[in-house]
Design a protein around this ligand. Structure first.
Ligand code: FEO
Ligand code: CA
Ligand code: CA
Length: 660
């Protein structure tokens, strides 16, 4: 007789993920449909209501305010207009402010570095000591004796562009059709990934400068040794030919957004690491959840970089029954949060596996009244989930470094957004709610390594590509950017629902929620849609491309950050060459009032770039953001020098607080 209790005990990596023959995945789809049934009325009501009334708010009854101090911040600048020019090659900031390039790809970081060469002929060894490409998440760490004048800037380098090489990447095809790459190019790409730490300081003229040859300056790359801690450390599924212990790994990949802890560490996030690996064995790939469920390539090559043709650890094709003799487990060693102390240049970064493995966008830290620690993250893939980790131990602000391994024990949760404005955090705990041997989970290590599959079983809500999470310093409300999802309402497992209301969602939305009693460790919350991005409801755009923004137009919210006064800063990432985004001009930084929901455009970047990474000094008078992958000559802006991802410093000309 067919009975769930009689299902054989199997290893998680042996579970098929094809819905047609996978009982538990079919159940997940069924539960998503049940959610939809409850949510459809409200979803349409909220969506259409916003348009018909011209109001920004949806789902008013579910207002998540938690009763803490909640006042409108001062937003005093005049909006910057949209920029439509095809040759727009600079940063335009609001009147009364100055934006200047501060730290670009190729700039010298570590002692011994040589200057950037404009023809991109720097060697891979030189690149190891210079700024990487594609600056992304970033945080400022002040020195305590002069917090507004002296600090460390820590910057992620997410991936590499063709501009890294003099004439773009070299790719040749062998007799089997496999694309091959020269080793020196792969090594340069690996060196341009990771993180930069730079010491920065105001000079005698009060201007910020990078401190050359500082002992704090550091580069982490795709080859920097790192530790692995938490429940998956030492797991059979983390062992490789290079590391039979499953506790040491080389490097970090695709470092998108980040987190910053009150105990002084930086949290690197590993986002689209799946693009770097290939498993050529189709039969194995089909049944290996830790590969297939994460989109690892099953072709001749990895999907993007072809590093595996030079560096065997990126070839995850099983080679031996004793799989840890090869690199089939190497992909399981990415997708984590990596914690390190920027003030200790010799510290070994640690991959904290208790927080789960997925395409992690960010790791936003929130501390509760009693020292509860929660870390919020989005899994930025279409139809993936929002997670939070609650540490078992508490943070003691009077002794901030008392628990250095605070992130190794705790509970990982995944979010369910109910249609009535309530939400739940469901715990991903081995042995509970179907996360058992019966479904292939033999340990908590299996749960965290296969967090997506575990969240599928619990019936988490598939979201429209969750990117950054930001916390309101006044109310402790959480905001998340759902950047877009063109598969929404198209794919059967991603029907529209109350939180993801638009079919074929090109423009994205921002949600916000309040934890019960504003406790970050709570397992219940209330939520609402803060705004739907996109064209105005009065425009002739198709209905699924209309939003309900009060104020300046934008699309595809991505970076999201609150300053200390409670201004909500929104950064965009859309393809400004695509037809659907033509009304939005170039990518931008905007500022929103969380109370009135009014939005004003503060800055516009050059054609082809994404605006990301946002951090500032405690006094709010110095702000850094990143111009990632400008498509046009920037920062030289001379029409000929190759573009460089660049950290930009923004100051107010009267020395005041940014945004006021
Ligand atoms: Fe690297 Fe989801 O942005
Ligand atoms: Ca992003
Ligand atoms: Ca994005």
């Amino acid at each position: 007789m067919s009975n769930k209790n009689e299902m054989p005990v199997v290893d998680i990596d042996d579970i098929p993920v094809n819905p047609s023959n996978n009982p538990w995945l079919s159940e997940v789809i069924a539960s998503r449909r049940n959610l939809l049934k409850g949510g459809l009325g409200l979803a349409l009501g909220g969506f259409l209501g916003g348009h018909l009334s011209g109001c920004a708010a949806t789902n008013k009854n579910a207002s998540p305010s938690v009763g803490l101090k909640n006042v409108s911040p001062k937003i005093g600048f005049t909006s910057v207009p949209l920029q439509h020019a095809q040759d727009f090659d600079r940063v335009l900031v609001a009147d009364g402010y100055t934006a200047r390039a501060f730290f670009s790809w190729g700039d010298e970081v570590v002692t011994g570095a040589v200057p950037w060469k404009a023809d991109a002929s720097n060697s891979w060894q030189e690149q190891q000591l210079q700024a990487g490409q594609n600056h992304d998440g970033m945080a400022y760490f002040p020195f305590t004796d002069a917090p507004n004048d002296h600090g460390l800037l820590v910057i992620n380098h997410e991936y590499t562009n063709p501009t890294l090489h003099p004439n773009g990447p070299t790719e040749t095809r062998d007799a089997q059709g496999v694309i091959r790459r020269p080793e020196h190019e792969v090594l340069k790409e690996q060196a341009a990934h990771g993180v930069s730490v730079i010491e920065i300081k105001r000079d005698q003229k009060n201007l910020w400068q990078r401190v050359k040859n500082s002992s704090f300056n550091r580069r982490l790359t795709a080859n920097t040794p790192m530790g692995i801690t938490g429940p998956a450390a030492g797991s059979e599924h983390l062992k490789t030919a290079q590391d039979p212990t499953g506790t040491r790994v080389l490097g970090t990949l695709n470092n998108c957004s980040m987190g910053k802890t009150p105990w002084g560490t930086y949290l690197i996030c590993e986002e689209n690491w799946n693009n770097y690996f290939v498993n050529r064995n189709t039969a194995d790939w089909q049944q290996r959840v830790s590969h297939k469920r994460y989109g690892i390539s099953n072709g001749l090559n990895s999907s993007k970089y072809y590093w595996e043709t030079v560096d065997p650890r990126f070839d995850a094709t099983p080679t031996d029954k004793q799989y840890f003799k090869g690199f089939v487990n190497e992909p399981n060693r990415f997708g984590w949060v990596v914690e390190f102390d920027p003030f200790n240049p010799d510290s070994l970064p640690q991959k904290r596996t208790a927080l789960g493995r997925y395409a992690r966008e960010c790791a936003t830290v929130v501390i509760g009244d009693e020292g509860e620690v929660a870390i919020y993250s989005g899994d930025d893939t279409r139809g993936e989930y929002i997670y939070k980790f609650v540490a078992q131990q508490r943070f003691d602000k009077n002794n901030p470094k008392a628990t250095p391994d605070l992130l190794d024990e705790g509970t990982l949760y995944v979010a369910v957004f109910h249609a009535d404005g309530r939400g739940e955090w469901l715990p991903l705990i081995w042995g509970e709610r179907g996360l058992t041997a019966r479904n292939g989970f033999m340990s908590q290590a299996d749960v965290v390594i296969n967090a997506r599959a575990a969240a599928d079983i619990l019936g988490a809500t598939p979201m429209d590509r969750p990117e950054w999470v930001a916390v309101d310093p006044h109310t402790r409300e959480l905001y998340v950017t759902l950047t877009n999802n063109i598969e929404r309402g198209i794919k059967v497992d991603q029907p529209v629902d109350a939180a993801n209301v638009r079919k074929e969602n090109h423009h994205g939305q921002i949600l916000r929620w309040a934890e019960k009693k504003s406790n970050p460790a709570a397992t219940e919350f209330t939520w609402e849609i803060f705004l739907l991005a996109g064209n105005s409801a009065q425009s002739s755009a198709p209905e699924n491309q209309q939003g309900n923004i009060r104020g300046d137009l934008f699309s595809c919210p991505d970076g999201l950050w609150f300053d200390a006064d409670g201004r909500l800063w929104i950064e965009t990432d859309f393809d400004d060459a695509e037809d659907v985004y033509q009304p939005m001009g170039c990518n931008q930084l905007l500022c929103a009032d969380p109370l009135s929901r009014n939005v004003k455009r503060f800055l516009v970047g050059p054609r082809g770039c994404e605006i990301t990474g946002l951090t500032g000094t405690p006094d709010g008078k110095s702000l850094w953001l990143n111009i990632q992958h400008p498509g046009i000559s920037y920062p030289a802006s001379d029409g000929k020098t190759r573009p460089r991802s660049t950290t930009v410093l923004v100051t107010k000309d009267d020395g005041g607080v940014i945004g006021t």
